[in-house]
Design a binder for this molecule. Structure first.
Ligand SMILES: NC(=O)C1=CN([C@@H]2O[C@H](COP(=O)(O)OP(=O)(O)OC[C@H]3O[C@@H](n4cnc5c(N)ncnc54)[C@H](OP(=O)(O)O)[C@@H]3O)[C@@H](O)[C@H]2O)C=CC1
Ligand SMILES: O=C(CO)COP(=O)(O)O
Length: 347
């Protein structure tokens, strides 16, 4: 049994706290709102983020970050990507022991184009408090994990032994954890599938059917792998749980916030209206911006990401974006991933 601090009490933080508590770990969950922590401690529920689920009574909630991490050598961070740097900065000031930082968030930062493990390392730079950084990623809707439905994910780190320790922390008969040493590929797959899920939801909202969905998913996987390989990922990672697996679960499920947000956009709502209605994080929006910028910088062709960027952040309508995608130059389906460069005409 280990002590684990879970930082972030949204849907995913609560569901992972449940998995850890099921494994008899000593779990403290931190949230910034007193009312939410009172609900977790007194009613053992988190209705806003995980409706109709009774959390294990052993989970302790606190709004005191110092109390959450004091003497804890495994800290799980599950806040939206935009809150990662702020969270690490707050942690750095109050941690009293070196800890493995596990994160389960999915995104890329606009502007810097950093993955989450890179942001964590950057924020801890020069500090003795950072042990290993491990990501937990894969096809795993919080709603189903909290019902203890069979789920598979991947634990990845530059230090495979750290990934294996995290595998041991989480694995149980409902929640099967694999390991993969390809940190870059695992983090990129989890982030970029959100872009593709937004695009799938959008085409569905436009009234388009399964052929279009299959096209977006398959060609989306191709552009995810193309960028990933350029950044040093292993191509095979993208056919695994954190790539294809997460793409399937996010593009085909009504649980997905990214899919639902895309669907509302396709039905004609503005981005602001969609985000207001969702009330939960839609990571794909910021990740589309980050990935679009990164693709331009590296000269990697990512037509679906580009089309979505134009719909989200420029004046392009979904219909215009769909027409533009279908009207592109003809090409071979299978490309040489390691020898790919963008031609000006491809955009
Ligand atoms: N939901 C899922 O099934 C899965 C989610 N993920 C990933 O996990 C991450 C978190 O998602 P999820 O739990 O679903 O998100 P939710 O929208 O359900 O919850 C977000 C949580 O983060 C808190 N939060 C927001 N901003 C800050 C901040 N600046 N500082 C501290 N806490 C903050 C919110 O607190 P408050 O209520 O006070 O605003 C809330 O508790 C995302 O990257 C997502 O992609 C990964 C796999 C599955
Ligand atoms: O990452 C997820 C499932 O693996 C959850 O996706 P959404 O954020 O779109 O709900």
């Amino acid at each position: 049994m280990s002590k684990v601090a879970v930082i972030g009490a949204g849907s995913w933080g609560s569901a992972l706290a449940l998995v850890l508590a099921d494994n008899n770990h000593d779990v403290t969950i931190w949230a910034r709102r007193e009312d939410q922590i009172n609900e977790i401690n007194l009613k053992h529920t988190n209705e806003k983020y995980l409706p109709n689920i009774e959390l294990p009574h052993s989970i302790k909630g606190t709004t005191d970050l110092k109390e959450a991490v004091s003497g804890v050598s495994n800290i799980l961070i599950v806040v939206p990507t935009k809150a990662i740097r702020e969270t690490i900065n707050n942690l750095k000031g109050i941690m009293d022991t070196k800890a493995t930082i596990i994160h389960a968030s999915k995104g890329i930062e606009p502007g810097t184009h950093k993955r989450i493990s890179e942001m964590i390392e950057e924020e801890f730079a020069g500090s003795e408090l950072l042990g290993d950084v491990v990501v937990l990623s894969g096809p795993s809707h919080a709603e189903e994990v909290s019902l203890r439905q069979p789920t598979t994910v991947t634990s990845s780190s530059n230090n495979i032994e750290a990934a294996e320790k995290v595998q041991d922390l989480f694995i149980n008969q409902h929640f099967r954890v694999y390991t993969n040493p390809d940190l870059i590929g695992v983090e990129l797959g989890g982030a970029i599938k959100n872009i593709i899920a937004l695009a799938c939801g959008l085409t569905n909202g436009l009234g388009l059917g399964d052929n279009t969905k299959a096209a977006i998913m398959t060609r989306g996987l191709a552009e995810m792998a193309r960028l990933g390989v350029k950044l040093g990922a292993e191509p095979l990672t993208f056919s695994g749980l954190s790539g294809l697996g997460d793409l399937i679960v996010t593009c085909t499920s009504v649980h997905s916030r990214n899919w639902r947000a895309g669907h509302m956009l396709g039905q004609g709502l503005t981005l602001d209206e969609v985000l207001e209605k969702m009330g939960m994080v839609v990571e794909g929006v910021r990740t589309t911006k980050a990935t679009y910028e990164l693709a331009l910088e590296l000269g990697i062709e990512m037509p679906i990401t580009t089309a979505l960027y134009k719909v989200l952040f420029e004046e392009t309508t979904p219909q215009e974006a769909a027409e533009e995608l279908m009207g592109r130059l003809k090409k071979h389906e299978v490309e040489e991933l390691t020898n790919y460069s963008l031609k000006e005409s491809d955009y």
